[in-house]
Design a protein around this ligand. Structure first.
Ligand code: AMP
Ligand code: TRP
Length: 347
């Protein structure tokens, strides 16, 4: 319900359950984003908990983004959220840069977090690569802004894919250090929610690499905007091994590509891996891949068609984001104010 947004009971230190998560508008959405994150976002929305879902454009610019492409990707991600089942009447949907409190709290947290903590972040090491000296300062301090995103709403639960676990731990460390340093219990320690059979969807070309929008090979991923033929082609060409499928999950150990395709099937069909294998155990990939293609097309085509439809009216999308930002600000502002007061800023 649009009007049911409550500000947290910031004086009592008791935290109402609230979900927060975000995705970067740094390219198209992949099947990994959908199964690892957005599908969970929708389930949490339907569970009746208050849900806040952000398009983290400030995070996106930690690496170079062409301005026009960034605007397009932001609207497209919003369209993806809605097409996949997020409802702006039930969840707060907005882009991060419209709520300036994110950047302000991010600054405070960059003074709480320690350089040693950030030095341990594997995503920075992966993204910065060998040329660390040339990475942006923002890419390094990225997790402090992420901690601000979450704690600005006193969020208690954060649905994410497996790759974000370390950032969530850092968020908890920031909250704990702030509470300790200022002798308060103002910030909750949010719980990561890393659930489901597809918390780490792997590349279709290499079962040891995560499916990612930044992989140079488009054949490595399924994009939410791929048409039926493209999806079928990518699945047909996906790397596999020569063996038949096992009849139990145990048999997928040491078979990363097989495990990945079966997990994708299970997640799309809302089944467990063992339930899928009970049906397809003994089949060759030549028989399983067409089944997977058919299921993927059946589940993803309506979403991409709806994304297309929504993208016809970008003004409507912008309006949804502005309304969402207003609601987000109503929660965030008092929490930022209180934080600054705790820190000792004259108000
Ligand atoms: P990003 O695209 O990096 O902003 O990620 C947005 C969300 O999608 C995060 O919760 C990620 O953990 C999740 N995600 C991204 N790639 C994958 C993947 N290959 N498998 C599962 N979850 C993923
Ligand atoms: N770091 C996340 C990613 O790359 C995106 C993100 C930014 C996020 N802020 C967040 C996720 C807050 C959850 C909560 O996927």
């Amino acid at each position: 319900m649009a009007d049911a947004v409550q500000t947290p009971q910031i004086e009592t230190g008791k935290f109402t359950p609230r979900v927060f998560s975000g995705i970067q508008p740094s390219g198209g959405l992949t099947l990994g984003n959908y199964l690892g994150a957005i599908k969970r976002f929708v389930e949490m929305q339907e569970s009746g908990i208050e849900t806040v879902y952000c398009i983290v454009d400030l995070h996106a610019i930690t690496v170079w983004q062409d301005p026009d492409k960034l605007r397009h990707a932001t609207r497209e991600l919003c369209a993806g959220y809605i097409a996949a089942g997020l409802d702006p009447q039930k969840s707060i949907l907005f882009n991060q840069s419209q709520v300036s409190a994110h950047a302000e709290l991010g600054w405070v947290f960059s003074c709480v977090a320690r350089i040693g903590w950030l030095n341990r972040m594997t995503q920075f090491k992966d993204k910065a690569g060998k040329n660390r000296e040339n990475a942006s300062v923002g890419l390094f301090s990225y997790p402090t802004l992420m901690a601000a995103d979450i704690l600005l709403y006193h969020a208690t639960h954060v649905p994410v894919g497996e790759d974000q676990k370390q950032h969530l731990e850092l968020t908890r460390d920031v909250a704990a250090k702030f509470n300790h340093d200022f002798k308060t219990d103002f910030f909750p320690l949010p719980e990561p929610v890393i659930e489901g059979v597809a918390t780490r969807v792997m590349s279709l070309r290499d079962g040891s690499k995560k499916m990612s929008k930044s992989d140079p090979s488009d054949m490595s991923r399924i994009n939410m905007t791929d048409d039926a033929d493209t999806i079928a082609k990518k699945i047909r060409k996906a790397k596999t091994d020569p063996d038949a499928l096992p009849s139990e999950a145990e048999g997928l150990k040491e078979r990363p590509e097989a495990k990945n395709l079966v997990s994708i099937y299970a997640s799309l069909a809302d089944m467990s891996v063992n339930q899928v294998l009970a049906e397809v155990g003994g089949k060759q990939f030549s028989a399983f891949k067409p089944m997977l293609s058919e299921l993927a097309v059946a589940k993803l085509s309506p979403i991409s068609a709806e994304m297309d439809r929504l993208m016809q009216t970008p003004d409507e999308i912008d309006k949804i984001l502005r309304n969402g930002a207003d609601k987000a600000r109503a929660i965030a502002s008092p929490i930022l104010d209180k934080t600054l007061e705790i820190v000792g800023m004259v108000r």
